[in-house]
Ligand binder design. Sequence first.
Ligand SMILES: Nc1ncnc2c1ncn2[C@@H]1O[C@H](COP(=O)(O)OP(=O)(O)O)[C@@H](O)[C@H]1O
Ligand SMILES: [Mg+2]
Length: 313
Amino acid sequence: MNYPNAVDVFGFNKIYSSTFGKKKVFALTDLSLSVPAGTIFGLLGPNGAGKTTLIKLLLGITFPDSGSARILNEDISNVKIKSKIGYLPENHKYPSYLTGGETLKFFGQMSGLFGSPLDKKIDELLDLMNLSKWKKSKVRTYSKGMMQRLGIAQAMINDPELIFLDEPTDGVDPIGRKEIRDVLVELKNQHKTIFLNSHILSEVELITDNVGILNKGKLLKQGTVKELTEKKEEYRLSLEGQLNNDFLIGIPGLEKNKDDYYNLKVADTPELNKVIDSIRSHNMLIREIIPVKNTLEEMFISLIQEANKEEKR
Ligand SMILES: Nc1ncnc2c1ncn2[C@@H]1O[C@H](COP(=O)(O)OP(=O)(O)O)[C@@H](O)[C@H]1O
Ligand SMILES: [Mg+2]
């Protein structure tokens, strides 16, 4: 990899018009984002946010009204980059009469693979996706999770550098989701870049390096999960020793949580240290200080609610 970002989007706008052009949908508005090479990026947003539209634009399935993008250091108009990309579409279906192995063979041949290199690749991918046992079973017998893993294998058949997965865990049960997460981490270990769309937050936060939050075509935030979920000024303290409750109650921003745990809200680090000093000077011991974090889901919901409120104003 001799480029810092696998994907760079510069100011995409996409408007869909209905048949008679009367109704316009602003699917993406002035959208810019970057995905560092070799990382897992999660694009999060409710249904209709524009996630699938963004993937379609990047893949050249549809075109932006304005804006540009680069993939793997090439402008997206360069069709040659498609040979280095894998794609698992949303709600994909394979012919039910094919086996898992036959499905991959079909897609492999479309990518120009034949003979023993293809057979080897198929076995390697089925093994990676934990599907080896099911190679000769028809896909109609596959569970939703197995279908998604087969879909990821299909997206990997041409050994791409960058893989787009549109809602890879949609409709998959918790164990199936865990298996998919493990597979994605394994792909990252192989230095692949993964761009995934999801409206399911709790699991995205477990594996993504960066996330973007999309709502009604606008990117509300982009950053690491850590950056987006850290409430900078809130800490949880746990104290030991003889607790001087009268004194503690007097500290602004400090609230008893439970037992010997306290929640502390401060403006900045110097103020935090001042509180620590005064607690210590009253002969109490601090056992731990933990920054309080939002879950990604809490952050997501409040961000979307805030954006929707702004819009109504
Ligand atoms: N081909 C299309 N024609 C008209 N409107 C569309 C088309 N595709 C998507 N849209 C609309 O664009 C918006 C974004 O859709 P989409 O990108 O599928 O969102 P997501 O994948 O986040 O659910 C939605 O309002 C959707 O109805
Ligand atoms: Mg979608």
